[in-house]
Design a protein around this ligand. Structure first.
Ligand SMILES: [Zn+2]
Ligand SMILES: [Zn+2]
Length: 371
């Protein structure tokens, strides 16, 4: 690690990177009076508000096919999502092998879209202060560079994190109480105001509209209650849209609505890495550099382009050449327009970017380059 560096120009930085060739490069999200001083003497002036959305924190249906973990204490192995603690010894350190999979990255993108929506609509940050990046591996970074955010301390940032993740969310404060089951709220439009009240109202509508019996059972509803809701789905939604009340169906009481509301809120919240945002000294990958685990670039794209953004095209750094690689194990994957793999203990000639990805992920070794 080479830390506490300070560069006067981008050329100076480039020269340093070219001569030291690090596997990963980071910069601080903070501004300091003296960046080269010891940590406690740097003179903190403020920090960008940064968010990290990583597929590692989002369970997906495919993680059991491409991810595995080994407990660093007892050696237990498992497939899929890494648990917070080992089910056998309670250890919290794991060796994890993941894959930058398309499905996982899409779910990270969905979370990023929710985050961006909250930052702009609920917090009022302007689009020009918000920068969004592909991280180069399994997720997205969002940086808010605004005077309003710069001076926020760790506690203020934790409040923002709680809002975005819906921590401590209580439906009672967001328009769902026993009264709202029967009566139209004083102002019809109040349910669509903004913030969590609006998110909850829209979330419940979307959840009920698309729910299947298993979704309702999974949140703790009895078979009978789930069937009743599905049977009266149209009436419930019509009542909600026309009158702004939820309690339209006999036999469905407040507790059931509360379960639906809590699940809807969970689906509306965004999965972010909470530790990153609250850290006012955070180091974050330097934009334009390659990720050491993939050889893909951390790149910025515009907020409005997020739906069509394709990391497996835009972040490819090596565009020419081919390499012969011995691949120990890799799932099927796409890079650019081409699909590769799956590979198992085989020798294969691959485009440079693909070979780089496999080598960086520890799945392959170069046998011959410049073929
Ligand atoms: Zn263990
Ligand atoms: Zn996946």
């Amino acid at each position: 690690m080479l830390r506490h560096k300070n560069f006067r120009s981008s050329d100076e930085l480039k020269e340093f990177l070219q001569s030291s060739v690090p596997s990963d490069a980071y910069c601080s999200c903070a501004c300091y009076e003296d960046p080269e001083a010891d940590m406690d003497r740097k003179g903190w002036l403020g920090a960008d508000l940064v968010f990290d959305i990583d597929a590692d924190h989002i369970p997906t249906p495919c993680d059991k096919f491409h991810d595995n973990w080994v407990c660093g204490v007892c050696g237990l192995t498992g497939k899929g999502f890494t648990p917070s603690e080992c089910p056998v010894c309670g250890g919290e350190k794991f060796e994890v092998s993941t894959w930058p999979c398309e499905v996982c990255l899409d779910s990270a993108k969905t979370e990023t879209v929710k985050l961006l929506d909250m930052l702009m609509l609920d917090f009022g940050f302007s689009g020009k202060d918000i920068h969004v990046f592909f991280s180069g591996h399994r997720g997205y970074h969002v940086h808010v560079e605004s005077e309003a955010a710069k001076g926020l301390d760790a506690i203020a940032r934790k409040e923002i994190v709680d809002y975005i993740t819906g921590l401590g969310f209580d439906v009672f404060f967001h328009g769902l109480d026993k009264k709202s089951l029967r009566e139209t709220p004083p102002s019809q439009s109040s349910r669509f105001e903004f913030g969590w009240r609006k998110r909850l109202a829209l979330g419940m509508k979307n959840f009920i509209r698309s729910a299947k019996e298993e979704n309702l059972r999974r949140i703790g509803l009895t078979k009978k209650k789930a069937e009743t809701i599905l049977e009266h789905r149209d009436v419930i939604l019509k009542n909600w849209l026309n009158r702004g009340t939820w309690g339209a169906v006999k036999g469905i009481g407040f507790e059931t609505w509360r379960k639906i509301a809590e699940q809807s809120a969970k689906l509306q919240s965004a999965s972010i890495d909470t530790v990153v945002t609250t850290d006012i000294h955070r180091l974050i990958r330097l934009v334009g550099t390659l990720h050491g685990k993939t050889g893909l670039k951390k790149i910025e794209f515009s907020v409005s382009a997020i739906d069509d953004f394709d990391p497996f095209k835009s972040a490819v750094a090596f565009k020419t050449g081919a390499v012969i690689v011995y691949v120990s194990d890799a799932p099927e994957f796409r890079l650019g327009d081409e699909v590769f793999g799956p590979y198992k203990k085989q020798r294969v000639e691959l485009p440079t970017a693909v070979a780089m990805l496999l080598v960086c992920k520890g799945r392959g070794e170069v046998i011959e380059s410049n073929v």
